[in-house]
Design a binder for this molecule. Structure first.
Ligand SMILES: [Zn+2]
Length: 50
């Protein structure tokens, strides 16, 4: 599984270690995000009303 990296300079997604002369950053996996937190609360509220 290849990890997509992101250029912090131009914001372009790349698989290269460097972009625009700067080191790229690894994009975080969508495992933990603030949206998940809200989704969990909505799911909990929905399940409780059932
Ligand atoms: Zn770039």
């Amino acid at each position: 599984m290849k990890r997509l990296r992101k250029c912090s300079v131009c914001g372009e997604y790349t698989m290269h270690q460097e972009h625009c002369g700067a080191a790229t950053i690894t994009s975080y996996p969508p495992k933990y995000s603030p949206e998940d937190k809200y989704a969990e609360q909505r799911r909990k509220a929905k399940g409780g009303s059932k």
